[in-house]
Design a protein around this ligand. Structure first.
Ligand SMILES: Cc1cc2nc3c(=O)[nH]c(=O)nc-3n(C[C@H](O)[C@H](O)[C@H](O)COP(=O)(O)O)c2cc1C
Length: 337
């Protein structure tokens, strides 16, 4: 079975890749992931706040601008909240490169073009084969328009793309008024790939303690549906590659994502639940399913369920929406008879 795929100009032995998470902080786990068939390693993110925080902290300690920055500094998570500081992060890239033979994708997480993006270049120099840029922006300022936020995403991406010569993928959120337009502008800005999607931090409320309770729930397969839809809509219309992130837990999820147009399937929650060896289980089950269903390669699967360019996308969506609502009425009428 030929599981090979191309992603960000890299030839990968399979589409199965552990997504960004702290799993890769431990080199033993990194090795286990490679042994279980990881086709590349995506590192967890280095955050803009870690880098700028360090810059600000330096100024702070020089007691030059302490008053103007002390409020900003108080918002930053403590240094110990991050497993690796910026310099350790670069060192970790070197260590992972020495540990595994598969490509290593570093991850940079931020929102504004600025001095911190020099770390993109430093990641490249440390040996990263590609870069994943996670643009985690929550639009919670009522004065800020969607257009301004989108411009920020595009400007930051352009800046990073121009800073490095390795391929760049952007990990996006689904929450844009026109996701298709943002994706297409990123494609025009020459990103090599889009990762669909970021998951958003959704804090809960502890009603007895009257506290905001931070939560980090692992995903399940139901989260994949939103990704499938957008992969299917975008993958044939844009020239960049696509990776799915969110809701891939088993071989059926992986196959669906490939059929919708993904070149790479990233997994985090499933590996945190079942351990790195789960990657090998998914790969073996995928091969079994492909053999039973007459497929010889991932190439045959990829994009087979993606939408072709549609002359009237809005009418197409409305028709599908009406059909799915209508199917419930039909189903419930049938179950009554
Ligand atoms: C514990 C944990 C840490 C994560 N850290 C990062 C990170 O540093 N950068 C990033 O882009 N995504 C991070 N993610 C998000 C994952 O890469 C992934 O997008 C998300 O978990 C959805 O995929 P899944 O359904 O396979 O878990 C993290 C997720 C978890 C659960």
């Amino acid at each position: 079975m030929d599981l090979s795929t191309h992603y960000l100009g890299l030839k990968l032995k399979s589409p199965l890749v552990p997504g960004a998470s702290p799993l890769v902080d431990d080199l033993d786990v990194v090795k286990r992931l490679e042994d279980a068939g990881a086709a590349a390693i995506v590192m967890h993110s280095l955050f803009e706040e870690q880098i700028s925080g360090e810059m600000l902290a330096t100024i702070y300690h020089m007691e030059l601008y302490a008053d103007s920055y002390s409020e900003a500094l108080s918002y930053f998570p403590h240094g110990d909240d991050f497993a690796l500081g910026p310099d350790q992060y670069l060192e970790q890239i070197r260590c992972i490169k020495e540990t595994v033979d598969v490509p290593v994708i570093a991850s940079l997480n931020g929102t504004t073009p600025g001095g911190w993006t020099k770390y993109a270049r430093l990641m490249e120099q440390a040996g990263a084969d590609a870069l994943e840029l996670n643009v985690y922006i929550v639009a919670n300022d009522p004065q800020e328009t969607g257009e301004e936020i989108e411009k920020q995403v595009i400007d930051l991406t352009r800046h990073v793309v121009q800073t490095v010569s390795i391929p760049v993928a952007v990990k996006l959120s689904p929450f844009y008024s026109s996701l298709a337009n943002v994706a297409s502008r990123l494609d025009a800005a020459e990103v090599d790939g889009l990762v669909l999607f970021n998951r958003f931090y959704q804090p809960d409320i502890d009603i007895e303690l009257l506290e905001v309770a931070p939560t980090l729930r692992l995903s399940d397969s139901s989260e994949l549906l939103l990704r499938l839809r957008w992969l299917a809509v975008l993958s044939r219309q844009l020239s960049c590659d696509f990776a799915v992130s969110g809701g891939v837990h088993n071989e059926r999820d992986a196959i669906k994502a490939l059929m919708a147009g993904a070149s790479v399937v990233q997994m985090v929650s499933a590996l945190l639940k079942h351990g790195p060896e789960h990657l090998a289980v998914v790969r073996d089950e995928m091969i079994k399913w492909m053999q039973e269903n007459g497929y010889e390669s991932v190439r045959q699967l990829r994009g087979s369920m993606a939408f072709d360019r549609c002359p009237d996308p809005r009418a197409f969506e409305r028709a599908n929406y009406m059909r799915s609502l209508h199917s419930w009425h039909r189903g419930s009428a049938e179950s009554r008879t």
